[in-house]
Design a protein. Structure first.
Length: 396
């Protein structure tokens, strides 16, 4: 088996190349083409594969098979020699993000002693997982500051190859168990790592490194970040969103957080007032319905049907009726599907959970509850009146 020469190992900026086809194999998606050399990066080490064209045919995927790299195409290629063209926008984006990850990971280790245990480069964001869930805001800011200072200093990023035995003696940020020849990526004065990915030649090419989100779980801290072009697009998006919010509040950008906090508090207070008023209205309506209901065997059964938009009011009314002596509420709510709320005063004779189950078994839907309160939904709207009548018959 021939070994594929990986051109991206020595020149990440190579945008096109020529190669000879060694062999072609059938694949469920078309064909797997093996070349004597390639500049296409395969999915590996947290970095997605390159996109592009081979002999004018779009690549479906690039797969690392150890000694060889397979190029997946929809069909076989004619001839023995081909030209490959890299999707440069995607390649350079990945170079920015991957080098940015090396810088940010090294910055976290240098500034706070946190090690990176995993890296993932996605279409819009990249993430690193740090080996602690106690990473604080000050430590994140310090690492971000150091990372961007390294970018601004435009330090060289160099690639070199060493025997595995020699590498074991070097001060790598993360030890490697690779055998044979090991590829090292060095950021001057900051980081030395074993890596097969594509990188910029100087740190300035990374552009700004911005932390976007932090999540803590299972002993780790996941840091979401963007670099370069992605950072620029996110900054534009943030500015657009913030400007729109500022226009809506008729204020300056810097005042938006204060206005949001003020509006949130006002909405919270308005919600509490609305809830109180809804409860008072339900209490009043429930008292009137209870008084109008005919008492039979010590119970006053209230049947009431509400419109589909009144579900919350219906539930409050059912509970309010159950506060009256002997009160039993059989409440229905129109809609597609319809809903039911059954409630009674504590210690009532009926088991409303059983009443609901029997009603839903006959008319459809799902639900459940306790002896004194049960609710369900999913029955047809045109069956709601019949369902309430049936439930009342069970009470008798």
């Amino acid at each position: 088996m021939a070994q594929t020469q990986r051109l991206y190992y020595t020149d990440s900026y190579l945008k096109e190349f020529t190669a000879s086809i060694l062999r072609t194999e059938d694949d469920p998606r078309g064909a797997r083409v093996y070349l004597d050399r390639t500049a296409f990066y395969p999915d590996s080490g947290g970095q997605p594969s390159d996109h592009g064209e081979l002999a004018g045919v779009r690549l479906l995927d690039v797969v690392d098979e150890g000694e060889e790299v397979a190029h997946l195409l929809a069909s076989r290629l004619a001839g023995d020699a081909v030209q490959g063209n890299i999707d440069w926008a995607r390649r350079f984006d990945h170079m920015q993000q991957h080098t940015g990850q090396h810088i940010l990971s090294a910055a976290f280790e240098r500034s706070a002693g946190y090690k990176t245990v995993s890296f993932h480069l996605a279409a819009e964001i990249s993430t690193i997982d740090l080996d602690s869930d106690r990473v604080g805001a000050q430590q994140i800011e310090a690492a971000e500051e150091l990372a961007n200072r390294v970018v601004f200093e435009n330090r060289p990023v160099t690639v070199s190859f060493h025997a595995a035995a020699e590498v074991q003696k070097l001060d790598l940020r993360k030890p490697t168990e690779r055998e044979g020849e090991v590829r090292l990526v060095e950021i001057e004065g900051l980081d030395l790592s074993a890596c097969g990915g594509t990188h910029v030649s100087r740190t300035g090419g990374v552009g700004n490194i911005n932390v976007r989100k932090v999540e803590r779980a299972k002993g780790l801290t996941r840091v979401e970040f963007v670099c370069g072009g992605r950072a620029l697009r996110r900054a534009r998006q943030d500015f657009s969103i913030l400007s729109e919010a500022a226009r809506g509040f008729s204020t300056g950008l810097e005042n938006v957080p204060e206005m949001i906090a003020k509006l949130t508090q006002e909405l919270r207070e308005a919600g509490k007032l609305q809830q109180k008023m809804s409860e008072e209205l339900a209490e009043s309506e429930a008292a009137q319905l209870w008084q109008q209901a005919t008492e039979k065997n010590g119970a006053r059964v209230v049947r009431r049907l509400f419109e589909s938009a009144e579900s919350k009011r219906a539930k409050l009314t059912a509970h309010a009726i159950s506060k009256h002596a002997g009160g039993v509420a059989l409440i229905g709510v129109k809609g597609t599907p319809a809903a039911l709320f059954f409630a009674q005063a504590p210690g009532g004779r009926a088991n409303l959970s059983d009443v609901l189950k029997q009603t839903l078994a006959k008319f459809g839907g799902k639900g459940g509850g306790s002896r004194d309160f049960a609710q369900g939904g999913g029955l047809p709207e045109n069956q709601i009146e019949s369902a309430l009548s049936f439930a009342e018959s069970l009470l008798s």
